[in-house]
Design a protein around this ligand. Structure first.
Ligand code: 6PG
Length: 241
């Protein structure tokens, strides 16, 4: 199931996305006592994370069941300005005061490939005997080149059928990244793309409406096996659909 949610501007997009995530967290915690949330990096999610912390705290939820993971990470130290972990810590995690046993940082600043192996081993312990991790909710962004997480055009990871986590040097950025593979992302109950701005209009069109070509448009490889796909878009990003 794919659902497109359109909002007039980034502020209303952030509010609505935060409300959606908060409601999902509440339902999962009530049902199973567990809510596994995978965070996106980049700049788009920051406003949503700032809204989300307050909602989760206000709803009086027992936050001990929340587990926070990342969909991808730049291979830099956790206090680096480019770190997705640092961005989430400053906009969400510091508000929530989660315990260290609830936050699973992608550590790849020293040895990316070994870090990816360790992250996958951790995931396989927490989601045992599964073909893919059954995360409750994964947040993703979209690049103007239609990359998502750190799955970039032409990446061999787009054909990965075994690994859940991998690291590779991204030629276009000349830097290392760690990322969940499409196999791991597509196991989720719900996947939400958060996309805003005119710079993403064409990418949104190509991914949602354009011809199928995930090597060129990696976000097309995101098709939950047994889950929901949601697009939260502002009018600028949705301009061609
Ligand atoms: C990252 C992200 C990446 C991001 C897109 C969009 O680590 O950069 O995971 O996939 O979501 O590049 O980034 P913006 O939200 O900054 O446009």
């Amino acid at each position: 199931m794919t659902k497109i949610h359109r909002d007039p501007d980034p502020d209303s997009l952030a509010r609505r996305a935060a409300e959606f995530i908060s409601k999902r967290a509440e339902a999962a915690l009530k049902q199973s006592g567990r809510f596994s949330l995978v965070l996106a990096g980049g700049s788009t999610p920051t406003a949503t994370y700032c809204e989300l912390g307050g909602l989760l705290m206000r709803n009086g939820l027992d936050l001990q069941g929340i587990e926070v993971y990342w969909g991808d990470e730049r291979c830099v130290p956790p206090d680096h300005p480019q770190s997705n972990y640092r961005m989430a810590k400053e906009t969400l995690l510091d508000d929530l005061g989660l315990g260290s046993s609830q936050v699973f940082r992608m550590s790849c600043e020293k040895a990316p490939e070994a870090g990816a192996k360790r992250y996958e081993e951790m995931l396989r312990e927490r989601f045992p005997s599964a073909a893919a991790p059954r995360f409750d909710l994964i947040l993703l962004g979209l690049g103007a080149d239609a990359h998502t997480a750190s799955l970039f055009p032409g990446s061999k990871l787009l054909q990965e059928r075994e690994r859940w986590v991998a690291a590779e040097k991204v030629a276009s950025l000349n830097s290392w990244r760690m990322t969940l593979t499409p196999l791991a992302i597509n196991g989720a109950r719900q996947v939400l793309f958060l996309v805003q701005g005119e710079s993403k209009t064409d990418a949104v069109y190509e991914v949602i409406v354009g011809a199928h070509g995930p090597r060129q448009f990696p976000a097309q490889s995101i098709e939950p096996e047994d889950g929901e796909l949601h697009w939260f878009l502002d009018e600028a990003a949705a301009g061609r659909i």
